[in-house]
Each structure stands twice: as C-alpha cells, then as structure tokens.
Write a new protein. Sequence first.
Lengths: 525, 369
Amino acid sequence: MDQFANLKPRLVLTGITKRYPSVVANENVSLSVRPGEIHAVLGENGAGKSTLMKIIYGVTKPDAGTIMWNDQYEIIAAPSQARRMGIGMVFQHFSLFETLTVWENIAMALDEPVPTAKLAAQITEVSEKYGLPIDPYRLVHSMSVGERQRVEIVRCLLQEPKLLIMDEPTSVLTPQAVLILFKTLKRLASEGCSILYISHKLDEIRALCDTATVLRGGKVSGDAIPRNETNESLARLMIGGELAECHLIPREAKEVRLDVEHLSLESPDPFGTSLKDISLQVRSGEILGIAGVSGNGQKELMTALSGERLSTSGSMIKLFGQPVGALNPAKRRALGLTFVPEERLGRGAVPPMSLAYNALLTGARKGMVQKGLIHPSVMRTFSKHVIERFKVKCGDEQSVASSLSGGNLQKFIVGRETMLQPKMMIVAQPTWGVDVGAAQLIRQALIDLRDQGVALLVISEELDELFTISDRLCVLAAGRLSPSVKPAETSIEQIGVWMSGKFGDKAGDGAAPANSKLETAYAQA
Amino acid sequence: MLRLERRATPSSTMSIVSPLLAAAGMLVTGFLLFSALGKDPVEAFYLFFIKPLSTTYGIGELLLKATPLLLCGLGLALGFRANVWNIGAEGQLTMGAIAGGGVALWFGDSDSMFAMPLMLLAGVLGGMAWAAIPAFLRTRFNTNEILVTLMLVYIAQLTLSWLVHGPWRDPQGQNYPQSQGFGDAETMSVLIEGTRVTWGIVYALGLALIAWVFSQKTFAGFRMQVAGLAPAAAAYAGFSEKRNIWIALMLCGATAGLAGICEVAGPIGRLQQEISPGYGFAAIIVAWIGRLHPIGVVFGALLMSLLYLGGESAQMGMGLPSAITGLFQGLLLFYLLAADLFISFRLKRVVPITEPTLPTPAARIESTA
C-alpha cells in the first residue's frame, strides 16, 4: 500500500448511512480510494456492499454522510452524473439487449450520440488495448457470458473512467477467464484508474487487491491489506467468527436412483441452450456435482429433471428405475424427488405469501392437506421446524417470503426440500448469494442427507464448493456433459478446460459416465 | 418534498382502506361535476345515493341488481386471482340465459316441479359451455383469453338476438323481438313481499360463502392463487397450468350462467334482446373493488348496484343523461387503481441534503496509510 502513500485520495466516503424501511443497509461507512488502487469491498451477502456502490454510482441517495471526489464535495444525484464525473460500474447482472449488436448496446448507454463507424472503431481500439477482444458488429445473443462481460467493461472504459466499480465480476467466469480479467484490471490500475472490487471470494481478493474494506452488518468491521492476511483472518473480519469446515467421509454409493440416458432436448427459448446427449447416473448415498457457468444448459437440465419441462421420450430419464420423462413435477415429487431451483423468489417461493404457505407449496403430502382442505397447524409446525433447524432469520413463519434476504430465503427453501425426506434431491446453485456461515450450514445439510443414503445432484458455479462436497464431478458446457471424475483425481485447471467445452467427443462410445476407465483417461488427458 | 417509497411489505390496512378512498374520490369528483353542470349537488347526491334506498322497494331493487353483479364478480375474482383474464362474463351470462330460457320455453306453461331446477342447471351449463371455448383455445393453442372471451360476448348477444327475432319469437308478441313469457313454475318466486327481489340473491350470497371457503381453505384454491401470484412457482410445485385455466373459466362460466338465468327467470320473465345493462362488464370493477376476495365482492356488488339505481334516479329526478352511471363506475375504478398504488408504496417526506457539515476525512486516511 506504500506505493499510494503520497497520492491524494480520489474518492472519500465519510459516515455514509442508508436506512431502508426494514433494515439499515449502511451505517456510518467510510472508505477512501486513491488513483491506481484496487480496493476490495468485502462482505457477506446483505452486508451492504451493493447499497454502498449504488450510492457512489448515484443510483441511491444516502440518508447521511458525505462523498468527496477529487477534493470536492459532491452530491451524486444520478448515474449520468456519476458517469460524467468519471465513475463507471459493471453490474453483476448484465443489462444488454440480446437481439442487438455490441455497438448498438453501447450506443444506447452513451449520453451523447456518436456516429456508428466512429463508435465501432473506438470499441475495437479500447477492447484491443485492454486485451478484451470483441467484434462491435456481433449480436449479443451469440456471445458467451464472459464475452458479454467484456462488452459491459468496454462500455465503461469508453467513458474513460477514473473509478471503475466491479460488482462480483467473477461469478460468471471460468477460472481461465478470471485470470484474463485480472490482467485487464491490473493494467487499468497501472494507468491510474481506481478500482472498487466487490466480492466475497477471499482467494481472488488476496490475489488482486491492494487494500480492502470489510463490511459486516452494514458497518465497517475492519480495513486490511489482503496480501498480508490469510483467508481465515479475512473470513473472521467478514463473519465475525471462525469458519467451520465441511468434510466428506468416503462411503460406498448404493443403488442407482437417477438414471439419465442420452437425453437431448431442444431449448424452447431461441437464446437458450439445447441439451445434447446427456447421460448420467446418481446413486444412493453420493453427491454428483455438475460444474459449469450458468447459461450452458443448467436451467434446461434442471427443468428437464424436475419435470417442469417434459421429455419427448419418457424413458430417457429414470427415477428409481421408473421412466419419468412424461411425469409432471408433482408426480415426480410423489416418487420421492425434491429440488431447489436457482431462482428463489418467484419459483422456489411465492414472494407475497407467508413462509407457512410457502411450505405448503411443495409440502402438501406431509399432512398439510387432508381431503383437499388445508391444515394450517401442520403447515405452521413444519415451517417452524425448518426455520429453527436452518437458522432462518425472519419474524416468524407468518413473515412473507419477499421480506427475507436472499440468503435466508435460500436457507428456508433448502430446508423445506430437505425436511420433506427425499430419496433423491436436485439442488441448483445451493449457496448463490448466501453468506459464508449459511453456505456452510447448507453444505453440511446436503452432506448429512448423503450420509443418510439420499442421492444428490448439485448444479453449481462455485468450483470450490463442488470440490468440497462432491463424490463425483462433471462439467456442463454448451449443453453437453463431460465424463465424471472424482475431485481428488482432477484439478481446478482441468475442470476449467472442460468448462470451455473441451472434453473430447463422447459420441460413438455411448459409455455412461460411470465408466471409470474412461473417466480416468479424461482426467489424465 | 414528497417521495414515493416502496413498503417493506404490502399494507393490508391500505388494501381495505383503498376502496373507501376510491369511493370518497368518486363522491368529491361527482360533487364538482354536479356543481359544474349547474345542478344542486346536495339534491343530486340525495337522488343518487339516498333516495333509492329510502323504500323497501328500493332496497329490493338494490339486492335485485346486486345479484348478477355478485354472481359474475365472484367467478371473475376467482379467475383474476389465478391470472386468468376472463372479461367475457357478459357473454357467459347471456349464454346462461339462452340455455336456461330455452328450457323454460320447452316446459311452456307446465307446472312441473322439475322446471326450475332444470332451468338453473341449464343456465349454469350454458355459461360453462361458453367459457369452455376460451379455456380450450387457451390450453390447446395458447390463444389470449382476453380477446376470445370479449369477442364471444358479441357472438352470444347476437345469438340471443337471432333467437328472439326468429325461432323463439312470441307469435302473439306483435312482432316485438321477445319470447313468450315464462309460466308461473318457470319464474322465480319473490323473496320479499312488495319487491321484485328473488331467491337469486340467496343463491349468490351462499355462493359467496362457498367461494370464500374454496379460496381460503382448500388446496385447489391455494393452487389457483399460486398460479396467479407466481406462475413459475406453480410450475415448480407441479400445479398444472391447464387445470388452473380450466377451473378458473369453468367457475366463472357457471356463476355468470346462473346470473343470466336468474335475470330472465326473475325480473324479466322472458327472453328478449336486451337482458343485461352490462352486468358482466361492471362485475370486473366489482371484483377489483372487492379486492378479489369473495366477501369483499359482496360489498362491491352492493355499491355498484347502488350506482345503477342512483343513475336511474338522477335521470328521472334531474334529467341528467344516462351516461352518468357509466361515468361514476369509471370514476370509481380510476380512483381505486390510483389508491391501490399505496398498498405497496407510501409517501415519505424527504429532507433535501443540505451542504455537508465539515468532515474530517484526513484523519481516517492517515490511519489506514
């Protein structure tokens, strides 16, 4: 941090406070960033990172506190003003129109109209300068998630920002793409651009950032120089306690519970991913992890397995030996399947309904409905158990789902599906947006289920997570599934290569992934 | 300075207060309107809202007109809760009247005790059959039920018109486009002496109670509500979308069809070209004023009925145009939609951020440096 000691801070926040009707998002937060500094804002979900960034970018107005920009007090009233001042932001969720080209998307974000040819030339120039090659005339829907992120970054860079805010940028990238992004960010910083880097991934922050401000519960819990810290010491600042570890004790998997054979399914969405010849097996007492970046068929695989989308040929998917391709989700649930979708509000839970009624959503068979009538007491007791066992932070079982934070709602949904005593459980992104402590709780619950003999399929973007909890691991890329491999017999790099779709062509051999010789061969390749 | 701010949770108080606010807004605007027309607003209000209720006959009329509004409103409310946008209750009402009326004409002057039950049944089935068309088209071809139900209104009305001009026209009717009058056994008996109100209102209130139990206590009602609030969650839970659409449209077809036969077998007593002054459409407003809640719909129906009566009374007493009823209906819906904003939002006074007080950023930077 010494290299910045003589520089005047570019941005100074002092005493920023923002209250929402039900929560204090930021309380007396102060931080400062100097030119050329990559400054991490670290915190669990709900710690107030995003609110703070929105305040800097002019999306949200603080209730108290001051913002000083280049030694001037500023009241940033709107993002357009922030952009004029030289602040750019790359959001976690992209705001691109898929049916438009790169330059059209960028042109829309500019405050002043620029002629097409000139803009395209600028895009090419900037993208090449920073190692982010993109073709300005390409349609966005044909681009991968990593390429779309480049568009967002280039869009910011065209404004020649003095401060770039990156909100959880690596959650959508393969490990290799992360390295490229880091190079770009370091290059930018070396030219004097300040970067605010929001994340909860400790390794990344230690590798990239010069300084860090750690938030906990809306307040600053400490400042740190990440290079001098360990993951444990950063985690302690972030969660205010020790990080528990999950352990997977090897055990023998038993009978096959889910058997998918040569599943191919066209995506109904023109911009979706079609599933191509997917074969997999999940056995009692094992966790099969499916890695890969979202948008590579994860959603399509989930809906095909859950029954939200029916298969053309009913026998491609077998549950407990029975063909279920033509059965709807309710019928598959009745057989002993439960599942957690990646979308919580609106799919996994009904936003304006109470938690008790959200228990009824999938728990009707647990005595909550008798002769077509709802039994409120059974429903409430069940919800109370879920809330208690999974430490869901909420008023009580009558709180409406939309009043819970994303992480707490996820705990409730995972808890509900767990306590329905499944024989087979499918979980998509179990810990997305969940804080570190809760993520641990959820992972342990999944491992406990496995130890009780439940078969689990976990679709996740978090490689570390999959390496921790999976008995076997495979990758879904561009709608195709790689062979499966034991985590101990592979590496993050290998999985990263598979994530870009390079795992050989399985066509012809027709071997199920359980074929261990083949797996080992791929793993060693 | 005032600013709209989203509430943490939707206000349940506000969802009940909102219709009252809307009614108040309607009254104030009405007051200004009457004044602008040079009419005495107090007298106009008296004619509009008090006089119709000052006699037993008037109360009877209120209940009589509330009956079809309540029946249609109940069916619509259940459908709207499930995101099924049936706006053709008027057509289902007409078809119920045709089917039930056809049975009545077939019985002629017979005093069979089966006549009335069969008429009611035919009315219900007629409405359901008409609602089955959009249900089939929506579930099979994914057509938009808003358009289909609306267009079927006109087909139903023209069918009725053709019948009373043609095959079912009363030969002794001096060429009026109307059928023979129904026999005594084919006409619903009067509930309160000295009024025209029939047993229809009792059926309607009973159905309101059943609809309340259905929507609040049964799993089927819960499934429909989930489908309305979060379609993806309904798919996730495995609730069939097709079944939901069918149930919603069948329920509304049944209640609207019953409303139709109760009208022609009640106050009208025969089939004729005009059997409803737009009850099926006004019931859409009734459903929303009643917060899509079966008990709320009862009050919504009474209020809307009063607007019909008041409009007639103001026409006769002050020579105001007949459009006055539609105007008040529109005002009510307009203010209701506006007031509903405050269920999810509230007004908050914001103090503009003034010049910042002297901060001491330097201290902090030194401490981190």
